[in-house]
Design a protein around this ligand. Structure first.
Ligand SMILES: *Cc1c(COP(=O)(O)O)cnc(C)c1O
Length: 288
């Protein structure tokens, strides 16, 4: 259908999908003779880790007979952690969920996954039975032919590493390790709050964003462009340095450093060292 059929819905002050705008956009499309078919909510935004109001989106989808898909590629596994699970209310109403086991389920790259509430939809969409396929053998009815559930015919056994990791870590293990990742991210945020040369910008799930702000010497009247360029240079140095890897996020026009912790080996020491490193490289970029 092409990207012209996508409507991008603005977010509100909390960085969640603005549901009033969603409703207005659906109404306008219907009025114009277009036919909305699906709403995609996010459970763990790439930049900020924010989770949309999934219950609210689900209700809108129900009243307009729309498919409700949730992009939980990064964040969905946190729904089992008691401390944050309220944020995910409504996730269970999704028709489908995208989930990347290579992120917060700690599987090796790559293992992408789509969970669909009613598997018959997959078969109806993808199944094909050319005459040279002879896969339905025996009297048991339909055998499990995974090619009927997606685009791919020949496939590697990616499911093995996902299954093995689930078995090894188990539900309790995930609650513990995911909770630890969140706590480390909160620590990073608190350290940034406490540091006079850092501005803590956001913290949700295990994603923290922050930026370096020098104490003095910022060109007057050009504060924001200067800080954006400075933090971009800082991030390039950090990434090339090989000691820590942060990515970037642009939040309310601020260029930020973005830390996303999805490794059960990350320690408090790593977080403290990362803060020192950011300040060191920030000073260097500012003074050169
Ligand atoms: C990582 C991520 C993606 C992209 O996933 P890939 O496996 O890299 O294709 C999409 N959405 C969200 C929310 C993500 O975190």
């Amino acid at each position: 259908m092409g990207s012209n059929s996508i409507r991008w819905i603005e977010s509100d002050d909390l960085q969640r999908m603005n549901l009033d705008i969603l409703k207005e956009t659906i109404a306008k499309d219907v009025q114009d003779g277009c036919r909305p078919m699906m709403v995609i909510g996010t459970a763990g935004d790439v930049s900020t880790g924010v989770v949309d109001d999934l219950s609210g989106i689900a209700a809108i989808c129900k009243s307009h007979d729309l498919w409700f898909h949730v992009d939980g590629a990064y964040g969905a596994p946190a729904a089992i952690v008691p401390r944050v699970k309220d944020q995910f209310k409504g996730l269970e109403e999704a028709d489908s969920i995208a989930l990347d086991p290579h992120k917060w389920l700690y599987c090796p790259l790559e293992a992408g996954c789509a969970l669909v509430k009613n598997p018959q939809h997959l078969i109806d969409t993808f199944s094909s039975q050319p005459e040279y396929y002879n896969f339905n053998i025996g009297d048991e009815g339909l055998t499990h032919n995974f090619y009927e559930y997606g685009l791919q015919n020949s496939r590697g056994f990616r499911a093995l590493k996902v299954w093995l990791t689930l078995k090894q870590i188990g539900r309790e293990g995930y609650v513990k390790t995911i909770e630890e990742d969140i706590a480390l991210s909160e620590l990073l945020y608190e350290l940034a709050v406490a540091h006079p040369e850092l501005e803590a910008v956001s913290q949700n799930l295990s994603i923290t964003t922050l930026r370096y702000v020098p104490l003095r010497g910022i060109p007057e009247g050009e504060e924001e462009p200067y800080l954006n360029t400075l933090n971009e240079e800082l991030l390039n140095e950090l990434q090339l340095g090989g000691e820590a890897f942060l990515s970037n996020a642009v939040i309310k026009k601020k260029y930020c450093l973005r830390s996303c912790i999805v490794n059960f080996r990350t320690t408090e020491e790593d977080i403290r060292e990362t803060v020192e490193l950011i300040v060191k490289l920030g000073r260097k970029a500012h003074n050169h």
